[in-house]
Design a protein around this ligand. Structure first.
Ligand code: SAM
Length: 234
């Protein structure tokens, strides 16, 4: 739950020029790509699904996710950039790609297909998506183009195998293979920016400290002290 300080900051941001632009952009994308009756149909189809709990249902809140996607796109400068080839890894429902496409970019997503809410929104918005499960030491699929930008938001694909409840995270070798592979998909001058899933305790524990330290030595890679992002330059 947001505390009062957070709520105040959110309200101030919403009223700022940037906050207003972000909401206008999100509203435009929804008006063009998400007919309200079809959104309602998807929401009704899944609102009774409680087996996956909040994890499943939170993605039905189209407005807030589209606003987040608009914020992410603007933070990357996509509202002011020439058309880019963009790949979004773990694209989920496709909200970010819908915004990027609306801004004139050439977009494709990559994800697994086990989340029915995501599948429905991807189909509703006709977001191009390659079905692929990222696994250690396995290259990403071949694409017919190189990318100027590879993104990933709230991603947490760095599992080896989920053994019972044990958290088995990638070690340095898995990460460095993956980052090299992604770099090979970048066009000259391209960049990758992964926003890692913060986890319940917001500690980014999915990327252990010692691995982050070593990955900072990978050519072109940058990881801030809080481990919230990994960026890679071509
Ligand atoms: C928390 S969701 C974020 C979705 C979207 N990026 C967003 O911010 O709205 C994480 C996404 O990563 C995808 N994902 C998780 N593990 C993956 C894997 N091994 N390979 C590909 N995608 C994966 C999930 O299917 C899901 O779409």
């Amino acid at each position: 739950m947001l505390n009062l300080g957070n709520r105040y900051n959110r309200l101030r941001y919403n009223l700022s020029a940037r906050g207003r632009r972000e909401r206008r952009l999100a509203a435009e994308v929804m008006a063009r790509q998400l007919p309200p009756d079809q959104v309602r149909a998807v929401q009704e189809r899944h609102s009774g699904v409680i087996s996956k709990g909040e994890h499943h249902r939170k993605w039905l809140d189209v407005e807030s996710h589209m606003q987040r996607a608009a914020r992410e796109a603007m933070a990357l400068g996509l509202d002011e950039s020439e058309p880019l080839n963009i790949l979004d890894i773990g694209c989920g429902a496709g909200y970010f790609l819908a915004v990027a496409r609306h801004l004139g970019h050439n977009t494709i997503g990559l994800d697994m297909s086990d989340n029915e809410v995501f599948n429905d929104f991807i189909a509703l918005m006709a977001i191009p998506r390659v079905i692929h499960c990222i696994t250690p030491f396995t290259p990403l699929p071949d694409f017919d183009r190189r990318f100027n930008l590879i993104t990933g938001f709230e991603v947490r694909f760095n599992w080896k195998i989920k053994r019972k409840s044990r958290l088995d995270r990638w070690a340095y070798d898995e990460w460095s293979y993956f980052l090299d592979d992604c770099r090979s998909k970048l066009a000259p001058g391209g960049r990758m920016r992964l926003e890692l899933n913060a986890g319940k305790d917001a500690s980014y524990r999915f990327l252990p400290e010692d691995i982050a330290t070593r990955l900072r030595g990978v050519a072109g890679a940058t990881i801030p002290a809080d481990k919230s992002t990994i960026t890679v330059a071509a």
